[in-house]
Design a protein around this ligand. Structure first.
Ligand code: GLY
Length: 427
């Protein structure tokens, strides 16, 4: 199978690496990719993922049997539709189905029709008066959850106990021309559950937890994600099946009913409160950085799995197989991330081809034969172990061998779970 992955981050590095280890996969290409993943794939740096014509032309040139679209922007822009129209098998939803992420208001409508628990929400459109904004703010909080109702890659959310900070983020989002979604705050630990979905067929992957704040102890601003671990030792028994039955399957069925069936990876971001799981958000693609940890424990070859979804045969796929134990991924971020990351800084102790060490590269470029930082989240280091503590130790030991002057990472990925500090309200 000749495969083409669209995207340029550590998630795409993880996808490309797993595809490269599948005996049925003969070629792995990534467009545009990044130089840190050149050890497992052929790069096509001139191709922009949201340029549907260019992606279709490349897929045809490569005689690709399967295209896997990583990020949400090409999906929302209809790149999967263009590939399907050209007769290419693609892992990723249509633009119509990708609205589950692209429009939070659409996601709320689907959840309301499917009877799925989620936060109460109100939209504030750009151009709303100061009085209307203040009145809306006063119908919520504290705590306030203020979201950019567009594609913000997880960075457009402010969760704050401060009314002024909530108001400031409303103005910030409106200044960019986007609507704001105000939501009631959902209590309880967060779960990311990725599900392969093909119409009404739902196959869950291992549950994971992201760490979205930049600093230890969940301090500082939200980021795209600073690290993750999988599986979740504190999740109630049958927790994954509960999420599938109460959340993902009803949403998948509702999308079929509304004429926008989902095909690809449906990411349910949930808070597990006293009344069970409630949806914080849906995404229409693999999450980053959870994917890096989750795929590292998957032993079923990935090409066949993604191809089953792309060809509408997920219901025939044998049960997925997983390695025992835990995986932890830690993100090494550039100086001053997330505000305004410093780039062009030499990274030492790492090179392309370091996948077996757990390295998955994201914001990197090559200069004079060495890797330099080129984005906010620079790379991931994955550790695995029989216990979550072992997996943490493996990840941090490897991270100690890498140097990015000015760079930073969280030291507490998975620590609250190891120390038994994650509690479901009311339990
Ligand atoms: N893990 C956050 C995201 O992928 O949006």
């Amino acid at each position: 199978m000749r495969t083409l992955v669209i995207g340029n981050g550590a998630r795409e590095h993880a996808l490309a690496y797993s595809l490269s280890t599948d005996p049925e996969v003969s070629e792995v290409h990534v467009a545009p990719g990044n130089p840190g993943l050149a050890g497992v794939a052929t790069l096509h740096p001139g191709i922009k993922g949201d340029d549907a014509d260019a992606v279709v032309a490349l897929a045809r040139d490569l005689s690709a049997d399967l295209v896997v679209i990583g990020p949400e922007i090409p999906l929302v822009a209809g790149v999967a539709d263009a590939l399907r129209d050209a007769g290419v098998a693609v892992f990723g939803p249509s633009a119509s189905a990708a609205r589950i992420e692209g429009s939070k208001a659409f996601a709320k409508e689907i959840m309301a029709s499917a009877g799925v628990k989620t936060a109460h929400a109100e939209s504030i459109l750009p151009g709303a008066t100061e009085d209307d904004i203040a009145a809306a703010i006063d119908r919520f909080g504290p705590t306030w959850v203020v979201k950019d109702d567009g594609l913000a890659g997880g960075k457009g959310v402010v969760v704050t106990p401060e009314r002024d900070a909530a108001l400031e983020h409303v103005h910030y989002v409106h200044a960019a021309g986007n609507p704001v979604l105000l939501e009631s705050f959902l209590d309880g630990p967060e779960v990311s559950l990725f599900c392969l979905v093909d119409g009404e067929t739902v196959v869950p992957l291992l549950p994971a937890q992201d760490h979205k704040r930049v600093g230890d102890n969940d301090e500082g601003p939200n980021t795209g994600g600073m690290g993750a671990y999988t599986p979740l030792p504190w999740l109630p028994e049958n927790g994954v099946q509960t999420i599938v039955d109460d959340v993902v399957a009803p949403v998948a069925a509702q999308m079929v009913k509304e004429g926008c069936p989902f095909s690809g990876l449906l990411y349910a971001g949930l808070a597990w409160g006293a009344d069970g799981p409630a949806v914080v958000e849906f995404n229409c693609r693999f999450g980053d950085p959870e994917t890096q940890a989750v795929l590292d424990l998957l032993t079923t070859p990935l090409g066949g799995v993604l191809n089953a979804v792309a060809t509408g045969t997920l219901d025939e796929l044998p049960p997925l197989e997983w390695q025992d134990g835990y995986a932890v991924t830690v993100v090494l971020a550039a100086e001053n991330y997330p505000a305004s990351p410093v780039t062009g800084v030499e990274i030492s102790g790492v090179a392309a081809g370091d996948e077996a060490r757990g390295i998955r590269a994201a914001g990197v470029a090559e200069k004079d034969g060495v890797l330099v930082s080129a984005g906010g989240r620079v790379l991931n280091v994955i550790g695995k172990g029989a216990t979550l503590d072992d997996a943490r130790a493996a990840a941090y030991d490897e991270l100690d061998k890498i140097s990015l002057p000015g760079g930073h990472f969280r030291t507490d990925i998975g620590l609250a779970a190891v120390e038994g500090r994650i509690a479901i309200p009311g339990r």
